[in-house]
Design a protein around this ligand. Structure first.
Ligand SMILES: Cc1cc2nc3c(=O)[nH]c(=O)nc-3n(C[C@H](O)[C@H](O)[C@H](O)COP(=O)(O)OP(=O)(O)OC[C@H]3O[C@@H](n4cnc5c(N)ncnc54)[C@H](O)[C@@H]3O)c2cc1C
Length: 398
């Protein structure tokens, strides 16, 4: 239990101390006069955010909305210390997408390159020979070209959520950890507070950013949140001797064509390799968080054909985390249920990079009922009404 005591009232209660809840608490506190309370059942970044690979890319194929929010957010992360007073880890590392002419993946890679150019985000297209020269550690048969999102990078989820939470606190928010919100108090179809395991809090606005636990809490209001929770496994590799000397930038952030796994460089000369959208659905309260050997071997096997020298790496760490993915792989950021209730979830394997933008959007929704930042209807929950598939299939496993 944290030493901060739970207040009896607040203007806004934010539920969840992941990147979305802490970012929302930060912007709500710094950009409005509202009295903000952030309630986290465990500790800050104890959900998906703490397990995040925290890749900051902007290439989203033709989906300009995500390129925009990712770019805005990445610039915020780059200036995090100047803006919030809190330092976070950050490294530059390009993200590369491969293309084969005339295939949907090739079109996707090119479309993302065009969007980045139109937004003035640095991007380079390499033909196969140029790519081989640029990234000799990768062994790619049959690839015609590669599109490099040159300004991509990575950060750290625990740093960023912790930084937002401390900055929000410094600006006047109350942050309470070790307390779970269990229910809502609703009167005349409007939220008037929440019930927690440490007492009630009166509030006219509640922002639910509870990650994989969001469906359970929203079910208290009779609101169905259709997200699938999958278990993802991450390996932290210590590359073989000489690798870092030969390739000082280690590896680009990239994934196998087909999209079942990805890798990126890590702080301290490591390389991170991870699954992406497994079919292992889990209950976030009861899943086995320990890595399994079968997946470890599969990932190392994939590496063997892709970056052969890395397959000789020592596995120096491994862990599992949970993705929360909607049927169409698009986010949910919306006002739902009774008046005063907002929800942000379903960020799949790519929410971290949009955290600052989502906090800003939620602040606009709470204060203005809308935002000029993006067309927020794209993130509406009612696109799944009556079991509909939302915007359709994912197109890409984002
Ligand atoms: C292995 C892995 C790798 C990833 N890699 C990337 C990446 O490279 N780039 C990227 O952009 N994204 C990545 N993601 C996705 C990204 O991490 C998530 O989309 C993002 O962290 C989701 O943040 P969140 O705040 O919505 O949820 P969470 O971080 O899960 O936070 C929700 C919080 O709510 C709290 N909570 C839940 N219920 C309650 C309650 N009733 N009362 C109080 N508190 C409650 C939980 O304890 C938790 O701390 C990855 C995710 C995983 C798992």
């Amino acid at each position: 239990m944290s030493l901060v005591t739970l207040p009896e009232r607040a203007d806004v209660v934010v539920v969840g101390g992941g990147i979305m809840g802490t970012s929302a608490a930060y912007f709500l506190t710094t950009e409005t006069d509202l009295d903000v309370l952030l309630v986290e059942k465990d500790k800050i970044a104890s959900g998906s955010t703490g397990d995040s690979s925290a890749i900051l890319r902007h290439h989203y194929g033709p989906k300009e909305i995500y390129a925009k929010t990712a770019w805005w957010s990445h610039r915020f992360y780059r200036e995090f210390q100047e803006r919030t007073g809190e330092a976070i880890a950050h490294a530059d590392s390009p993200l590369v997408r491969f293309g084969v002419e005339g295939t949907p993946e090739g079109e996707y890679a090119d479309a993302g390159g065009d969007v980045l150019s139109s937004l003035d985000v640095p991007v380079t297209k390499y033909d196969a020979d140029e790519f081989d020269e640029q990234y000799p550690m990768l062994d790619l048969e049959g690839v015609d070209f590669a599109v490099s999102d040159d300004a991509a990078g990575y950060s750290d989820g625990t740093d960023a959520a912790g930084g937002f939470a401390r900055a929000a606190q410094d600006a006047g928010a109350t942050v309470v950890t070790g307390v779970a919100v269990e229910d809502f108090v609703v009167e005349d179809d409007a939220v008037v507070g929440v019930e927690t395991n440490d007492g009630a809090v009166a509030a006219e606005t509640v922002v639910v950013a509870a990650g994989p636990w969001t469906p359970r809490l929203m079910a208290r209001l009779g609101v169905d949140v259709p997200i699938e929770r999958t278990r993802e496994q991450v390996l932290v590799l210590d590359p073989p001797e000489g690798f870092a000397e030969e390739y000082p930038d280690l590896v680009p952030t990239t994934g196998a064509p087909g999209g079942d796994w990805y890798m990126r460089s890590d702080f301290g000369d490591g390389v991170l390799v991870a699954t992406h959208h497994t079919d292992e659905t889990v209950n976030p309260d009861r899943y086995d968080g320990s890595p399994d050997q079968e997946t470890t071997l599969q990932l190392l096997d994939e590496l063997e054909g892709f970056a052969p020298e890395l397959a000789e790496s020592r596995v120096k760490g491994q862990y599992c985390g949970v993705y929360s993915t909607t049927p169409d792989h698009d986010f949910i950021v919306d006002q739902v249920g009774p008046d005063g209730c907002f929800v942000a979830c379903g960020f799949s394997g790519h929410g971290f990079k949009h955290g600052p933008a989502v906090g800003r959007i939620l602040t606009d929704l709470v204060t203005e009922g809308d935002t000029e930042f993006v067309d927020v209807d794209h993130f509406s929950l009612d696109r799944f009404e009556d079991g509909a598939a939302g915007h359709g299939g994912p197109g890409d496993k984002i």
